[in-house]
Every structure is written in structure tokens, then in C-alpha cells.
Design a protein around this ligand. Structure first.
Ligand SMILES: *Cc1c(COP(=O)(O)O)cnc(C)c1O
Length: 361
């Protein structure tokens, strides 16, 4: 027998931050930038009271959720679309905008889903250089040509934790040919306390050529429900609706996302927790010459170039104690690990293991 012919896509299967280890039963997973505090009380309550009737399809237009989003962020409801994670919206954008041989620009150490979906859509990925792990506007502009269709940028960026300031973003949009779609991914904006930072949504609300991504997977703690949203020009949104799988966001996800948005206290608490532990972890790691990016989101890129041990060794030792960090090989970043800020117990345990590993070296 033979296989009917399928397309050959030059890709490796995406490897998520690991959540399991072979030997250890109890695992501290600090590898996927998930919420440190889990979900808040409003979501917990919604989960208890959820309408258990699951035999009917969910709302294909997410009316309740988009209404809540539009109220909270003062947006036109008709310019919002939801996805099974912002991942799905990235995929839909690639389907909508990209033809074979089109080009997409991404910073060299950026979120992997941009290049994966762009490649599946047949586009060529062009990597813009970074300076000290930070996207360079000039290099992005340099890489533009007639084939360029989309520039993807997460701000702050995963996995480097660096960000472009509000004025940087405005300059980038000005310098970039207006025919090119700039996709700005606000996945971690809630955590940002940096004075020169603005979420893309605050800057480009009325832009026709900027598309903004938001997610419920990070500070809101709904990663396993798969729900995110996108905001852009009505014409783009209308086209995305045409290609969207009709019932892409399930009912539970829609209900919980709405409740999560309304739980201001939980978000506040999460931001405070994050800031406290970012400061603490940064200071502790500095003792072992493990350097990090400045404090931005709920994770650090840890650089071991000045430390006495390599990232590989530290990762292995941590794993033997049940602590999983994200290895950076698939991102092409050498001698680094990414650590997510966990809950108090997890952070303390992580720091204790680090200090044990570096004892007597
Ligand atoms: C985690 C993350 C997301 C979220 O993806 P979902 O599909 O919504 O879970 C989006 N963008 C970046 C840069 C991320 O790190």
C-alpha cells in the first residue's frame, strides 16, 4: 500500500515546555509561563456553577465574551475575534494573509508559533537580528522587501523578556511600509510595570494595519481551556470570521474567560506576586552569576555565560529534584534557560535547589 501524497512541510513538531519527568512524581513546572496563582475566585465559582448541558454547540460569535472585552477595554465589539488560544488567531492570520513565497519577518529569538504557522501557510521566514536579545527596529526595516506581508512581534517578547517602548513601536509602524501587517502580541502586557511601555492595544486601537493579540493563558490562568482574542480592523475581522472554524471556542472557555476578565482583584494580586518574586529571584540568581533580562513579564531568560556551571548541567540537576525549566535549544539560544515565576512554594523550592547546586563549586 502507499500513502496518498501529502504536502512536505519543513518543520519539527512543536515541543511544549515539559510538564512531566520520568522518575519524579511531584513536579514543579516552571517551563511554560503559566499563571503562578492559578485562577481567581470568580472563575472558581463559575466552574462550580457551570451549566452542565454540553449537548448544544457553543456560541460561534462569543457574544457574551466579546461584550465583556469591549466594555473592559473600551473597544468596538465588531473588531474582536476569539480563538482557541491566541495560537489559533495566529494561524488564521497566516491563512488569510500568506501565499506561497510571501515573506514574514520575525525577530530571531521570538515566539515559535509565528514561524510555525507562517511556514505551514507556505511563506518564507526571515529572521531579523536582535541586539542583546532585543528586537531591532532597524534590522526589521532592513529585511523588508516587496514580498514581506507580516511582521510578528511579541511585546514583551517570549522567550527573551525584552520589550520595545511605546515610542519604538510608533517608530516601527511609521517606518514599515503601510501595506505590511504588523501583528503585536500583548500576551504578557498585564505584568508590565515599565514606565516607557504601552500595550499595543493602547497605541493602535484605530489602526488598519496593526493586529493585536491577547490571551487568557497567562495572567488569567486559563491555559488549558485554550482561549485568546484578536483585535484589528473590521475588514480583517470579517474575513477572519469566514475562515474561522465555526465553534472554535468551547462554552466553558467562553464563560471562564469572561469571569477572569471581571476579576480585577485576582489580576492585581498576580501582578503584585510577580513583581515581588521577580525582584527576589533576580537578586538571588545574581549571586551565582546567572544573569537575567530586566524585570518585565512573568518569566526570566537566564544566561549562564558568566556562571560557573552551564545551563545544561543546571537544568539536569534541577530536573533530578523535580524542577522543570524551559530549555532554549529549540529557540536557538545557547547556554540559557527560561524560568517562569511560580507560586511561593515553587519559587522557594527552586531557589533552594539552585543554591544547593552552586554550593562548593
Ligand atoms: C504564551 C504565549 C501566547 C499564548 O498562546 P495561547 O495560544 O493563547 O495559549 C501567545 N503569545 C506569546 C508570545 C506567548 O508567549
Amino acid at each position: 500500500m502507499i500513502n496518498p501524497l501529502f504536502k512536505k512541510i519543513d518543520l519539527q513538531t512543536y515541543k511544549p515546555g515539559r510538564s512531566m519527568l520520568k522518575k519524579t512524581k511531584k513536579v514543579i513546572k516552571l517551563s511554560a509561563n503559566e499563571s503562578a496563582l492559578g485562577v481567581g475566585n470568580r472563575v472558581k465559582k463559575a466552574l462550580r456553577n457551570i451549566d452542565k448541558n454540553i449537548s448544544k454547540y457553543p456560541d460561534s460569535k462569543f457574544k457574551e465574551l466579546t461584550k465583556t472585552i469591549s466594555k473592559k477595554f473600551n473597544l468596538n465589539e465588531n473588531k474582536i475575534i476569539c480563538g482557541a488560544g491566541s495560537d489559533e488567531i495566529i494561524q488564521m492570520l497566516c491563512t488569510l494573509f500568506l501565499n506561497k513565497n510571501d515573506e514574514v519577518i520575525v525577530p530571531e529569538f521570538s515566539f515559535l508559533m509565528y514561524r510555525i504557522y507562517a511556514k505551514i501557510a507556505g511563506a518564507k521566514i526571515i529572521y531579523s537580528k536582535e541586539i542583546n536579545f532585543k528586537a531591532s527596529i532597524n534590522d526589521i526595516i532592513k529585511k523588508v522587501n516587496k514580498k514581506t506581508k507580516i511582521v510578528f512581534l511579541a511585546n514583551p517578547n517570549n522567550p527573551t523578556g525584552t520589550y520595545l517602548s511605546k515610542s519604538d513601536l510608533i517608530i516601527l509602524r511609521k517606518k514599515l511600509n503601510s501595506k505590511i501587517l504588523l501583528v503585536l502580541d500583548d500576551a504578557y502586557f498585564e505584568y508590565m510595570q515599565n514606565k516607557d511601555y504601552s500595550p499595543a492595544l493602547d497605541i493602535f486601537k484605530n489602526s488598519k494595519n496593526v493586529f493585536i493579540l491577547r490571551t487568557f493563558s497567562k495572567i488569567y490562568g486559563l491555559a488549558s481551556l485554550r482561549v485568546g482574542w484578536g483585535y484589528g480592523d473590521k475588514k480583517i475581522i470579517d474575513e477572519l470570521y469566514k475562515i474561522k472554524p465555526p465553534f472554535n471556542v468551547n462554552k466553558l472557555a467562553q464563560v471562564c474567560a469572561k469571569e477572569a476578565l471581571l476579576d480585577k482583584d485576582h489580576v492585581k494580586k498576580s501582578i503584585k506576586h510577580n513583581l515581588y518574586w521577580c525582584n527576589k529571584i533576580k537578586k538571588e540568581l545574581d549571586k551565582f552569576k546567572i544573569s537575567t533580562n530586566e524585570i518585565t513579564a512573568n518569566f526570566f531568560l537566564l544566561n549562564f555565560n558568566k556562571s560557573k556551571l552551564t545551563s545544561k548541567l543546571v537544568s539536569k540537576r534541577l530536573e533530578s529534584k523535580g524542577v522543570i525549566l524551559r530549555e532554549m535549544d529549540s529557540y536557538g539560544i545557547k547556554n540559557c534557560l527560561r524560568v517562569t515565576i511560580g507560586n511561593t512554594y515553587e519559587n522557594k523550592f527552586f531557589l533552594k535547589q539552585i543554591s544547593k547546586i552552586f554550593k562548593n563549586v
